[in-house]
Design a protein around this ligand. Structure first.
Ligand SMILES: C[S@@+](CC[C@H](N)C(=O)[O-])C[C@H]1O[C@@H](n2cnc3c(N)ncnc32)[C@H](O)[C@@H]1O
Length: 213
């Protein structure tokens, strides 16, 4: 484990958070568990993805994208629509010397149009419900590529709806693991792109989250 880099990233996040709100987790202790350790729970899932580019969509302060990029060395793109957050991320990448990591300041849907089918792996944490994540990630993934969803509790309704939407967008559940992290129950669900979407994706920017399928 690259402990020094992971800790330095958290230090930078806590420092930046004093002036710009990039995360609601502000203490070192909580950050080590809820940011660093939680992100690393996705390591096996990322290693199980085909080789190739990885994107963390809705990355915020760089979780889980930066820890997973540090640990795997994969070519990584951190995606967030808030320009200010992306500027801060660019500073982190430079300070940490992460040659394999770059950023995209913009919406996931726009990236989906510009870089369709270019990613082997995508992660998303605290972004949207499962069905929305499937819709947003399908255009970005190459066939056989995977979406890794970091979740806490998932209601059966959400899972059932994701199965229905998955059929529309060509994504299928391939792995579902539950972890205990201190007092928190965490769940990592992986979906694989198995077919072309049955509808034209991405839909108009904003629709996936405002008017979900
Ligand atoms: C609640 S934060 C989660 C941040 C981080 N993944 C984490 O778990 O700590 C969600 C982030 O997604 C970004 N976001 C939401 N919708 C987006 C979209 N359509 N395209 C790009 N970024 C988006 C927001 O700006 C925000 O930084």
């Amino acid at each position: 484990m690259h402990e020094d880099l992971l800790k330095r990233h958290l230090e930078l996040v806590i420092e930046a958070n004093k002036t710009t709100n990039i995360t609601r987790i502000s203490s070192w202790e909580d950050g080590m568990v809820l940011h660093v350790q939680d992100s690393l729970l996705g390591l096996d899932a990322l290693n199980a993805c085909p080789e190739g580019r990885y994107a963390d969509i809705g990355t915020g302060a760089g979780y889980p994208g930066i820890p997973l990029a540090i640990e795997t060395g994969r070519p990584t793109l951190l995606v967030d629509s808030v320009q200010k957050k992306v500027q801060i991320l660019d500073g982190f990448i430079e300070e940490l010397g992460l040659d394999n990591v770059s950023t995209y300041a913009g919406r996931i849907e726009d990236l989906g149009r510009e870089q369709a089918g270019q990613f082997a792996a995508i992660s998303a944490r605290a972004l949207s419900k499962l069905s929305v994540l499937l819709e947003l990630s399908s255009p970005l993934l190459k066939m056989g590529g995977r979406l890794i969803c970091f979740k806490a509790l998932v209601e059966q309704d959400e899972l059932d709806h994701a199965r229905v939407v998955g059929k529309q967008v060509g994504m299928e559940l391939v792995d579902d693991q539950t972890y205990e992290l201190d007092d928190y129950s965490r769940r990592i669900l992986c979906y694989e792109k198995v077919a072309k979407p049955k509808l034209k994706l991405p839909r108009r920017t904003g629709l996936a989250q405002k008017k979900p399928l």
